[in-house]
Design a protein around this ligand. Structure first.
Ligand SMILES: [Zn+2]
Length: 281
């Protein structure tokens, strides 16, 4: 159905050369971001700054598949000559948003509430994430390689539960908030007062066990000695305290999700904890 010739799909709205970008569909089975982009484009907003709207992986979106050859959010910066199509798309996307501040939208199995992911290395992306209307900003550097956020100015948001109307509404709200906080739309955004976390490592799920129950909620502290999951035969108990991030019973094949550490209640303190270089680069 799809040949080797894959390209991202970009639309520029507003006059001039954009240094803002809104990206959806890095994962083809998360249509909420693409629907949000379509909603915003359909309203033909009068933008005060030009913005590039990007469908990141059109063939995967048409196929309703997370990816065709490789998880695109693990292969940045990509490679224009690679065999795997997502590596080529990642290279195109990186080039398309180079120098821009970008919002990239995902959906999840784990949480209806939006949250943001950033790299600990990129202060401009962190500053934007901290002003979005959401309650949790997570530096996922220690737990993932090759994410889009490794590109310089990219905020990645989880907009809500995959394939729900709420996720599309949240995504649309987040796009508008992003355009307001960057002065592409008038008015100040309604901002959250997020807590800041570092995502440490994966929480393994028992292999081949279908009947597992998760006993904790995302971003609610799990104390040492507390059972966080159970099967009919066994309880899984935390050795050390942690904050669950992206944890769900069914979201991943072999992990429940991730262990997080809550590092700060302010961006300045979070940057200190993360060793973020000063802004301006
Ligand atoms: Zn995704």
């Amino acid at each position: 159905m799809f040949g080797d010739d894959v390209t991202i799909d970009a639309t520029v709205l507003g006059d001039g050369d954009p240094d803002l970008a809104v990206v959806g569909g890095v994962h083809g089975d998360e249509p909420s971001g693409l629907r949000a982009i379509r909603h915003v484009l359909d309203t033909e907003p009068d933008l005060e700054r030009p913005v590039k709207f990007v469908v990141a992986n059109p063939p995967a979106a048409v196929a309703h598949r997370r990816y065709l050859d490789a998880d695109m959010n693990r292969v940045f910066p990509g490679d224009p000559d690679a065999g795997e199509r997502e590596r080529r798309l990642a290279a195109q996307l990186g080039e398309a948003v180079d120098g821009s501040l970008a919002l990239s939208m995902h959906a999840t199995h784990s949480s209806a509430e939006p949250l943001a992911f950033v790299s600990g290395d990129h202060p401009a992306a962190q500053a934007a994430a901290a002003r979005l209307p959401l309650e949790h900003v997570v530096n996922h550097d220690p737990a993932v390689d090759g994410a889009f956020t490794s590109c310089e100015r990219v905020v990645s948001v989880e907009v809500g539960r995959q394939l729900t109307e709420d996720a599309t509404q949240n995504a649309t709200k987040l796009v508008r908030a992003f355009l307001r906080l960057t002065d592409a739309l008038p008015d100040d955004p309604k901002t959250g007062s997020p807590a800041f976390y570092t995502m440490r490592d994966a929480v393994e799920k028992p292999a081949g066990e279908d009947d597992v129950g998760l006993l904790v909620d995302n971003f609610e502290r799990v104390d040492a000695g507390t059972a966080y999951a159970a099967t009919p035969d066994e309880e899984y108990v935390a050795d050390d305290p942690f904050y669950p991030v992206l944890m769900s019973e069914t979201g991943y094949e072999d992990i429940f999700g991730y262990r997080g550490e809550r590092v700060a209640d302010s961006l300045a303190a979070a940057r200190e904890a993360w060793g973020t270089p000063p802004e301006g680069g």
